[in-house]
Design a protein around this ligand. Structure first.
Ligand code: HGY
Ligand code: MN
Ligand code: MN
Length: 420
């Protein structure tokens, strides 16, 4: 536990959007791939970024520790140190060649709230904790949300045996990161926290189209993820007649288009194939083995599971017709998570206080709040973003970031008011 140090420099405005943006850019320097934002969970860049976040948390007057899943946890005590804490934060792991806002912005906004309180010496009736979750994107290992699941008391120990593309287990990666991988029970906050509230860029076009800087999230879409393995018969591309082929790649190609077609059938459903792997690929070899990822999401769980069932049945039909085998391994499943109505109302009141029209919207993207569904009340504040997300053009303005910081500050004061 790092001893809390002094509050931020006097006179600085913790909610200044340009200053928060500057911090995000400084944090983006911690990347595993120079020239782009790639910070996979428990990587060297993640460790350096976690150290930097811990330093900022400590400078803001928080007591800081690294939890057993690699998340940085900062605590700013309240008047009653035994009161259940309000958890703020987001994740600092990224996808490959990401933007600098996805996840990281929510952590910097949680930090800004504490800095604002520390600057004025304000203590709320309850503690605030800011979490920089270590594992939300699920890019390096097959399972994901392990950090927030640990906070929800739902950590699955089998995730420690997940293996990355280099054959490194999550357990080994956590040990190299410097944490006790088996101590996740201590992460469980279900009895010592009151709520989890995350600010995040919207990552979609809604707020931009409406010309609104902020949005209050109603629910987070549920998701099913997995890996599809297609096995045919490898062959010589020059000697194997077309009618005798069991080509795993052309079968997979037809399957991938079938996934897209099913996803298009309903407006709020999405179905995506994000990765395609062809082991031993060569220009003159008919592929015998292919695998691809599957990501199916919807705001309604029945809708999502029905679509997944249709997709898997469609893969079987294509496989039978083409004389290949197909197998689906589910690697991730989270039900849709409704946001707490009282927290939504408090967020909406805070948004209104900043003079911004209140708009409620669902989240198609997954977030750490999915893990906490049912364990803690959750809520999310969306910040307008441009150019989508999961790409380096992802963007949010300093003005909107400043507005989000002030809104979160107003939100915690609103929570304090209804608590006192
Ligand atoms: O996949 C998601 O929706 C999130 O960005 N991890
Ligand atoms: Mn995110
Ligand atoms: Mn993301």
């Amino acid at each position: 536990m790092t001893a809390p140090r002094s509050a931020p420099a006097s006179g600085a405005d913790p909610c200044d959007g340009d200053a928060i943006l500057a911090r995000l850019r400084a944090l983006a320097a911690f990347t595993d791939v120079p020239g782009e934002m790639t910070r996979l969970t428990l990587s060297p860049a993640h460790k350096a970024a976690a150290a930097q976040v811990a330093q900022w948390f400590a400078a803001a007057g928080m007591a800081v520790h690294l939890d057993a899943t690699g998340s940085v946890v900062g605590r700013y005590d309240g008047l009653d140190p035994h009161a259940p804490a309000l958890l703020l934060g987001s994740h600092i792991d990224t996808v490959r060649n990401a933007g600098i806002f996805d996840g990281n912005l929510g952590v910097m906004l949680g930090l800004a709230v504490v800095e604002q309180l520390a600057t004025t010496g304000r203590r709320l009736p309850f503690p605030i904790e800011v979490l920089a979750f270590a594992d939300e994107e699920g890019v390096r290992f097959p399972s994901t949300l392990t950090s927030s699941r640990a906070v929800a008391g739902r950590f699955d120990p089998t995730a420690l045996d997940d293996v990355d593309a280099d054959g490194i287990t999550r357990r080994a990666a956590l040990q190299a990161f410097g944490v006790m991988a088996d101590a996740t029970a201590a992460c469980d906050r279900t009895r010592t926290a009151r709520a989890y509230v995350e600010a995040h860029i919207e990552q979609g076009p809604v707020l931009e189209r409406l010309g609104l800087p902020l949005g209050v999230v109603t629910a987070i879409a549920g998701a099913s993820r997995g890996r599809v393995a297609v096995r045919g018969q490898a062959g010589h591309s020059g000697t194997l007649p077309m009618e005798m082929r069991n080509d795993a790649l052309t079968a997979a190609a037809e399957m991938i288009l079938a996934v897209e077609a099913r996803g298009r059938q309903e407006p709020s459903l999405v179905a995506t194939v994000g990765t395609l792997t062809i082991p031993g690929a060569a220009v003159n070899v008919v592929p015998g083995t292919v695998s691809f990822s599957l990501d199916v999401r919807a705001p309604d769980d029945h809708q999502r599971l029905a679509a997944l069932a249709d997709i898997l049945a469609g893969l079987d039909t294509i496989a039978a017709r083409r004389g290949v085998s197909v197998a689906f391994e589910r690697t991730y499943e989270e039900a849709a998570a409704p946001c707490d109505p009282a927290l939504q109302a408090a967020l909406a009141a805070a948004v209104a206080r900043t003079g911004v029209p209140v708009h409620h919207l669902p989240s198609g993207a997954g977030h750490d709040g999915l893990s906490l569904n049912g364990a803690l009340p959750i809520a999310m504040l969306f910040v307008r973003s441009r150019n989508g997300s999961h790409n380096p053009r992802e963007d949010a303005s300093a003005a909107d970031i400043g507005l989000a910081a002030r809104t979160l500050c107003a939100f915690v004061e609103e929570l304090a008011r209804i608590t006192e």
